[in-house]
Design a protein around this ligand. Structure first.
Ligand SMILES: [Zn+2]
Ligand SMILES: [Zn+2]
Ligand SMILES: [Zn+2]
Length: 197
C-alpha cells in the first residue's frame, strides 16, 4: 500500500488523538498514551484477562509515570525502552495495577502476589530462592542469580568436558566476520591502553 501524500490528509487539527488533544502516534488514531492504553486492552482481551476501561487506565497512571514497585521512570513506547514500558499487571487477587514491564515479568516469576513483599530493587532467584539485588542477576528481568548461573554452567561443563570449547570453536568457524570485528576491537583497546600507560 502506498502512503497517502500529505496534501490529501485532513487538516492537522483533525489529526489529533481521538481521545485527547495530543498529536497522533504514526498512523494510529491515538497519541502514544492512548495507543499504549489500547494495546493493554487488546492484550488483556487476547489473554482472557479482565479488560481495563480507558477511564480506569486514565485514573491509574502512577504520578510522574514512576513505577510504584521499582521507582524507575516509565515510558509509553516499547521502542523507547522495553524494560521500563508501562504495562498492565493483573494480580492474583483480582486487582490491576500499572507497573513497568520488568516488574511485571518479575511478578510473574514468583508465586501469587508475593512479588510485592520484596524490598524495592530486589529479586528472588528461582534457583536458590535467595532474595538479592538486581545487579546480582544477568538481566533486569533476572530470575536466576549470577552464582546459580555460574554453577549451572560448571555442572554442564563437568558433565561433558570440552563441550563449551567445541561450541565456541564451531561459532568462530561459522562467524568469521564477527571474529574479525572482536579481534580488531581488542587490538584497538590494547593499543589505547598501551598509549595511556
Ligand atoms: Zn490521546
Ligand atoms: Zn518497575
Ligand atoms: Zn540463585
Amino acid at each position: 500500500m502506498s502512503e497517502t501524500p500529505d496534501s490529501v490528509l485532513p487538516p492537522a487539527e483533525e489529526r489529533k488523538c481521538c481521545k485527547c488533544c495530543d498529536p497522533r502516534y504514526k498512523n494510529r488514531p491515538y497519541c502514544v498514551r492512548h495507543y499504549r492504553f489500547d494495546q493493554m486492552r487488546v492484550n488483556s482481551k487476547h489473554r482472557g484477562k479482565l479488560v481495563p476501561s480507558h477511564e480506569w487506565l486514565e485514573a491509574n497512571v502512577p504520578a510522574g509515570m514512576v513505577c510504584p514497585c521499582c521507582t524507575r521512570q516509565m515510558n509509553w513506547l516499547v521502542s523507547d525502552s522495553r524494560s521500563t514500558t508501562i504495562s498492565i499487571q493483573h494480580d492474583h487477587d483480582g486487582g490491576m495495577r500499572l507497573i513497568c514491564y520488568s516488574c511485571n515479568v518479575r511478578h510473574a516469576s514468583m508465586p501469587e502476589d508475593s512479588f510485592y513483599a520484596l524490598p524495592p530493587g530486589m529479586s528472588k532467584c528461582k534457583c536458590c530462592g535467595e532474595v538479592k539485588a538486581q545487579d546480582e542477576f544477568f538481566t533486569t528481568a533476572g530470575r536466576r542469580c549470577r552464582i546459580c548461573n555460574r554453577d549451572t554452567f560448571r555442572a554442564w561443563e563437568a558433565a561433558s568436558p570440552g563441550r563449551d570449547a567445541a561450541r565456541k570453536a564451531a561459532w568462530r568457524a561459522s562467524n568469521p566476520e564477527k571474529v574479525a570485528e572482536i579481534n580488531a576491537a581488542r587490538r584497538a583497546r590494547r593499543k589505547l591502553q598501551a598509549e595511556l600507560s
